[in-house]
Design a protein around this ligand. Sequence first.
Ligand SMILES: Nc1nc2c(c(=O)[nH]1)N(C=O)[C@@H](CNc1ccc(C(=O)N[C@@H](CCC(=O)O)C(=O)O)cc1)CN2
Ligand SMILES: Nc1ncnc2c1ncn2[C@@H]1O[C@H](COP(=O)(O)OP(=O)(O)OP(=O)(O)O)[C@@H](O)[C@H]1O
Length: 196
Amino acid sequence: MTSRQQLRQHIRNLRRSLSAEQQQQASFDLVQQLLPRPEVQHAQHIALYLSNDGELDTTPLINSLWQLGKTLYLPLLHPVVPGYLVFQLYSPDSQLKPNQFGIGEPELNCSLLCPVDQLDLIFAPLVAFDSEGQRLGMGGGFYDRTLSQLDSAATKPKLIGLAHDCQQVESVPVEAWDIPLPAICTPTKFRCFSEQ
Ligand SMILES: Nc1nc2c(c(=O)[nH]1)N(C=O)[C@@H](CNc1ccc(C(=O)N[C@@H](CCC(=O)O)C(=O)O)cc1)CN2
Ligand SMILES: Nc1ncnc2c1ncn2[C@@H]1O[C@H](COP(=O)(O)OP(=O)(O)OP(=O)(O)O)[C@@H](O)[C@H]1O
């Protein structure tokens, strides 16, 4: 096993071992951290994800953002190009079905897709992060590939990684394709790593 795989397994075990109470507290604290942020207040079209594998539960965040009138999108594994994601409208009445990883997805409807460069904000899942905003994901490269399509000079979408505090590590072993996150929010702290 490489050090990336070992780190991934270790942190996945840590977050899966959080109790239901810890998970619930974390998911509410996250909303308190995020809602006052200008990046969130000013965004209308926001992509996020349905939590899986001990990830910080995004349900309270989703409900708060809907209440604020935000338009939300979920990632779908790209139907044609393997390894990439597309983002489709997510509303309270969306019908979901599990994808190949068992994560709920709306059924593909091309008229409801939002091109990634039209999103104002993407909340990205991650397994481990470090004090420089380097990110290790589940190992599919889905977010790295999808975000690599963006023009680095573009002002949107803004990116914010979401994680439990226990997912912070000393240093993530970086690969050439890894895209660092300019900001990461945990239940206790909003961390900015670069201007965006
Ligand atoms: N909640 C959530 N949704 C997401 C992601 C994520 O990290 N979190 N993704 C972020 O990119 C994409 C899915 N990536 C994933 C990659 C691997 C596994 C996974 O469970 N892998 C299994 C092996 C599965 C297999 O071999 O078929 C494992 O490692 O146990 C899950 C999601 C899109 N949606
Ligand atoms: N921009 C890219 N273009 C082509 N291949 C890529 C790109 N980014 C990542 N990959 C490939 O995807 C595989 C998985 O990458 P990596 O381990 O960094 O995923 P990850 O960041 O953990 O996952 P994810 O982004 O889905 O959360 C690697 O084999 C890598 O070669």
